[in-house]
Design a protein around this ligand. Structure first.
Ligand code: G3I
Length: 665
């Protein structure tokens, strides 16, 4: 039976105010680089500017603040909250040694957290009351300079909350309208599992979705209407979709399970290979998993905590390609099954030695740091052993890509997950790599419980978090991104739960707390798009001046540098680094990757890696260059092959260019 939302009210009478913009900003979080295909959300209205309502509750200051001179100046921090606002780490959070059959490490034990599943599992976060309150009011996202009276924002008609029964087909018709005429476009920001989207020839879109038992609950569904004349002018609509169980569950079709596909891996002969195979069933049952061509002496174990995961472990003894035939069977009807083939390319160890010095040897010789960002739990992946050994050979500095972020290390109040950072610290110390902590205070990757904290308590929560993380790693991690990405695209402060609570002072407070908690650590501010001249770089310099005038303990600046192969602004980079150096600060290239705009842009990729390294080496205050990963097989932008080793771990021309440049004076 189809469920079609009934035709309901027309475009809303008013647009969104700033506080809900914060929510949307969080929704849109992630994605960096000024012009990436996963581009950042279009620049929001200047922070603090209510879009249309005079009654909008503005941010801390009710005009659009520039970066400086906004820091009002905290001289000394008071004591941390007592009693603590959230339970501090306890012995219950201490990781334990993991069963060796579940990981790829042979040189050192791997720790695991007490429980990798939240208890109880988090609900699909919207309450009945929120559902009954109706959809969120639309939020206008307008690039600077757009006159909304001249170019009226596009809108959707007939959008309202929807209730659908599990097993029923929902047909959602989406028809954006541009009041100025022209054909508005649209962008669906929320993925509905196993849904199908059809672009109709009248510029409308129809989404077909059959929810099952696993989808029961209430979820947000966000879509954007894009202006016909200026697609940067867009309006976000968020409705709520409630999935309920039918009175007779037997009416729900039993559907086959699905297997999470795994792309090919490259591994070495003799290394332990571990593959976490995930199979799920929309009917919320747990499929069985089998491999019809199990490698010799392999084990296939259910994951201790995650029912949908089985762990395959084996040690390949000969080179060649393994094509694992994976079968998942429905728990209720085993004839209902899914199949997939996972490719493991096994290479002789000799394939991974190459001419010329290893990068870290060349960097050590010039007292320079060459580093990478380590994927979380790399030792739970098939190529974990090759990944770890390659990194230990090539780098003398390592950052945790995700596992020291708040949503990883403290997903629930009082619940700490130290295992992955502990494992990375142990591995780095065993292989003589320095460690770079990322990141203590950011607007993104915050656990829901932090987003829900009362505004008045946020400073305390922020300071407790900084103190707890730094206290644990004080002796091992000596370089920290204290605050990440506080500056918005237009040079104003980026909206965030931190800015909403403390205004510009949150940056100063975070650094003061970090200094108090880890007096020996080098504390840096990390930002993207500051390698080119423009509002963000200007705002960075102003922020530095502001903080330094205020006595904030700031030691350095991180230039992230998530680039594409059209980057040519090496002079801007050198000039901006010189601006930072002139303020007696150290400089770190913290997250370099160079995404290919076109698969044959390799020459441009080489020139950019070599050019950025040269600018850094010629700037005495530039202490380190880190890439955001090192093999294309594990990159946040894997689809653009942005790194220096291929998916097969073979050196790319960019690696050779870095190797060559490090060897020159
Ligand atoms: O771990 C979960 C996994 O359990 C789940 O199945 C999967 C699908 O939902 O998500 C996994 O978490 C993802 C995580 O990366 C690990 O892969 C998150 O959804 C995803 O949001 C997260 O993306 C990270 C991104 O920051 C978040 O903004 C990227 O890996 C990470 O490379 C990227 O790094 C940022 C820096 O911290 C700051 N500078 C910009 C840089 C790129 O955005």
């Amino acid at each position: 039976m189809h469920v079609k939302p009934k035709n309901l009210k027309t475009r809303p009478a008013r647009w969104q105010t700033v506080p809900e913009m914060l929510l949307l900003t969080t929704l849109l979080a992630g994605g960096c680089g000024s012009d990436s295909p996963n581009a950042n959300p279009p620049s929001e209205q200047p922070v603090g500017q209510p879009v249309t309502d005079s009654d909008a509750s503005p941010g801390p200051a009710d005009e659009s603040p520039v970066i400086s001179p906004s820091v009002t100046g905290t001289t000394a921090l008071g004591p941390l909250p007592s009693p603590p606002l959230s339970a501090p780490p306890s012995n219950d959070d201490e990781p334990t040694v993991q069963d060796t059959r579940l990981h790829t490490s042979t040189a050192m034990p791997i720790l695991e957290d007490a429980a990798t599943l939240p208890a109880p599992p988090p609900p699909i976060g919207i309450s009945e009351a929120e559902f009954s309150a109706g959809p969120l009011a639309p939020v206008v996202l307008a690039p600077p300079g757009v006159d909304l009276d001249e170019n009226q924002p596009p809108y959707f008609e007939n959008l309202d909350n929807i209730t659908v029964l599990a097993g029923q087909l929902l047909e959602l018709n989406l028809a954006p309208i541009d009041p100025d005429g022209g054909v508005a476009d649209q962008y669906v920001a929320t993925f509905l599992p196993r849904s199908r989207s059809v672009d109709n020839d009248d510029a409308t879109k129809t989404i077909f979705w059959t929810p099952f038992e696993a989808d029961v609950g209430i979820r947000d569904f966000t879509i954007f209407a894009l202006d016909a004349e200026n697609p940067e002018l867009r309006v976000a609509y968020t409705i709520r979709i409630k999935v309920e169980m039918p009175s007779d569950p037997s009416t729900i079709e039993n559907t086959p399970p699905t297997i999470n596909h795994i792309d090919p891996y490259t591994v070495r002969v003799g290394d332990p290979v571990v593959l976490e195979i995930t199979a799920t069933d929309p009917n919320d049952t747990v499929p069985t998993i089998e491999i019809s061509n199990l490698p010799p002496a392999a084990t296939l174990l259910p994951h201790r905590d995650i029912p949908s995961v089985h762990v395959l472990r084996f040690v390949p003894e000969v080179a060649g390609q393994i094509a694992l035939e994976v079968i998942a069977r429905d728990a209720l009807e085993p004839t209902l099954r899914a199949e997939d083939i996972f490719i493991i390319d096994v290479e002789a160890p000799a394939r991974f030695t190459h001419e010329g010095g290893r990068l870290r040897e060349l960097a050590d010789a010039r007292d320079f740091l060459i580093g990478f960002a380590a994927s979380p739990n790399y030792y739970h992946r098939a190529d974990g052993a090759l990944y770890a050994d390659t990194a230990a050979a090539e780098f003398n500095l390592v950052t945790a890509e995700n596992s020291l972020k708040w949503d990883y290390v403290n997903p629930y109040p009082g619940d700490y997950r130290w295992a992955d950072p502990d494992n990375l610290v142990a591995w780095a110390k065993a292989n003589d790599l320095a460690l770079h902590g990322h990141t203590l205070v950011w607007y993104a990757q915050l656990p829901p419980w932090v987003l829900d904290t009362p505004v008045a308590s946020r400073e305390g929560h922020m300071r407790e978090h900084i103190d707890r993380v730094l206290s644990r790693y004080r002796d091992d991690i000596k370089l920290w991104d204290v605050v990440n990405e506080a500056i918005d695209e237009d040079g104003s402060y980026r909206p965030s739960v931190w800015y909403e609570a403390m205004g510009p002072d949150y940056v100063d407070i975070a650094f003061r707390q970090a200094r108090a908690s880890a007096p020996d650590a080098t504390l840096i501010y990390n930002e993207y798009d500051t390698e080119v001249k423009g509002p963000k770089a200007d705002a960075l310099f102003a922020l530095i001046d502001d903080l330094q005038a205020n006595g904030t303990p700031l030691d350095g600046i991180g230039f992230q540098m998530h680039l594409f192969t059209d980057f040519v602004a090496f002079d801007d980079l050198a000039a901006n680094m010189a601006e930072v150096a002139s303020r007696d600060l150290d400089i770190y290239v913290t997250e370099l990757d160079v995404s290919l705009r076109d698969s044959d842009d390799l020459a441009e990729q080489v020139a950019i890696y070599e050019g950025v390294l040269s600018v850094c080496l010629l700037q005495p205050r530039c202490k380190a260059l880190q890439t955001w990963g090192f093999t294309d097989r594990h990159s946040w932008r894997r689809q653009f092959d942005p790194l220096i080793l291929g998916r097969d771990y073979q050196p790319k021309p960019a690696y050779l260019a870095i190797q060559r440049r490090l060897g020159e004076n």
